[in-house]
Design a protein around this ligand. Structure first.
Ligand SMILES: Cc1ncc(COP(=O)(O)O)c(C=O)c1O
Length: 433
């Protein structure tokens, strides 16, 4: 594997061999190359199902990818649909109507919570957030409320509602009129809404993903929704990380019986093959885009080759009963990780193992332990995610298709990685004594 996949690659310059590390340092980001070198300098060349293969032909278990690979890598039905569409008509003129775009919208709306039948397809999660913020403004909701620890992407608007000053501050001034309130605190949101009134739009994740897999208390989302209704505010739920089955249901908001004005979807929507996200909206929220289709648009949004991938992805999610399977596998993995990390939990090194479905977080007592755990996992050929807004949490977002061997692989890697950390800590303590 690997030899026939793109350019010949190597880690040092030579005739006809691309030095990936040097090219990163020269053209892309030296910081990115340094980080990769710390983890071992792996170069990924092939990925299928639950496995990523590097240039040394080592196979890695994919539990990372920030939630994109719910169907695994390169699902054959999604790849076939994209290949077929690419050969026939990859991009559209954007002057005529596009049947693939229409079919993808119909399929997505068919899976959306009832009442959210309008769709805007975007090229990334942050683009979907931008579209939602613009729709909110066009509806007269100019004051935004986000949550501490929330993450919505890195464009200026998406950053403005995100709740991490470290990411936000270097770009100030951002979009104005944004308040941030603590997550899982309905009273704080009530107070913010009372101060802002009808001009508000609340943007939050039903479960914070980059914020460290934060599950709010039961009833929080319903209280948020009630407060928005009471104050005439709009509610945008960002399900880019949680939607389409990842948390063991089609939508996290459905688990709480909440219907937002807009719901954002991304990551899993591309089936692990195409980059895409979308806004689902109620007729009222969407009315401005209905009236004027050019007030917000992008050249490559809803490209036919991407829409074919979306349609195939949604069919696979239904046919393979992904939400239900994610719920069962998630329960098993969370219980398995708690057992595998038992000694680290007893030692106070791991302070929590939490999650819903296949969005799972392991919280450590310090960011240093979390970083070391990630390093040890990669050394055992498991790919995790870190959490941008909570550095003490290591996140697992495995594909729904993990088999018995792969479950054992993940749990053994977690147990042995934690053991390595505990052994090192004990050795340090002995040396000091
Ligand atoms: C909840 C949430 N919203 C938005 C985004 C931004 O998506 P993208 O990176 O595709 O722009 C992310 C990305 O991690 C996310 O987790």
């Amino acid at each position: 594997m690997g030899g026939g996949d793109g350019p010949r690659i190597g880690m040092s310059a030579g005739s006809g061999v691309l030095d990936v590390d040097a090219a990163y340092r020269r053209h892309l980001s030296a910081g990115r190359a340094r980080l990769s070198a710390f983890l071992g300098g792996q170069v990924e060349v092939v990925s299928h199902g639950c496995v990523v293969v590097d240039a040394q032909r080592e196979a890695y278990l994919s539990c990372g990818g920030y939630g994109v690979f719910l169907l695994g890598h390169s699902h054959p039905r999604v790849v076939a649909a994209v290949q077929e569409q690419t050969a026939r008509r990859a991009l559209s003129t954007r002057l005529f109507l596009d049947p693939v775009h229409a079919a993808a919208a119909e399929a997505l709306a068919g899976l959306a919570p009832a009442g959210l039948e309008h769709v805007y397809f975007a090229t990334s999660g942050a683009d979907a957030v931008e579209a939602a913020l613009k729709l909110a403004r066009l509806n007269g909701k100019r004051r935004l409320i986000g949550t501490h620890g929330g993450f919505h992407g890195k464009t200026l608007g998406a950053l403005s509602v995100s709740g991490n000053p470290v990411l936000r501050d270097p770009f100030a001034p951002l979009v104005g009129d944004v308040l941030h309130v603590p997550f899982d605190d309905a009273d704080a949101l009530q107070r913010a809404l009372a101060s802002v009134g009808e001009a508000a739009c609340v943007v939050l994740e039903p479960i914070q993903a980059e914020g460290g897999v934060q599950l709010p208390s039961p009833g929080y989302l319903a209280a948020v929704s009630d407060a928005c209704r009471a104050h005439g505010a709009m509610l945008v739920l960002d399900e880019i990380a949680t939607g389409l089955g990842r948390v063991g249901a089609w939508w996290a908001c459905e688990q709480e019986g909440v219907l937002p004005d807009m719901l954002l979807v991304g990551k899993a929507l591309g089936g692990g093959v195409v980059p895409v996200a979308a806004v689902l909206a109620s007729p009222e929220a969407f009315a401005p885009f209905d009236r004027d289709p050019f007030i917000h648009s992008a050249t490559f949004a809803a490209a036919p080759l991407v829409m074919a991938g979306v349609q195939a992805t949604l069919e696979v999610l239904v046919d393979e009963d992904v939400p239900q399977r994610a719920a069962c596998l998630g329960d098993r993995l969370i219980a398995g990780l708690r057992a595998a990390l038992g000694d680290a939990i007893d030692a106070g090194m791991v302070t929590a193992v939490r999650g819903r479905g296949l969005l799972i977080g392991v919280e450590f007592s310090s960011p240093g332990f979390a970083g070391d755990f990630e390093y040890e996992l990669v050394a055992r050929r498991v790919i995790p995610n870190h959490c941008l807004n909570h550095h003490s949490v290591v996140r697992f977002t495995p594909p729904v298709g993990l088999g018995e061997d792969e479950i054992a692989w993940l749990l053994a890697a977690a147990a042995n990685s934690a053991k390595a950390l505990l052994d090192r800590r004990r050795a340090r303590t002995r040396r000091r004594a």
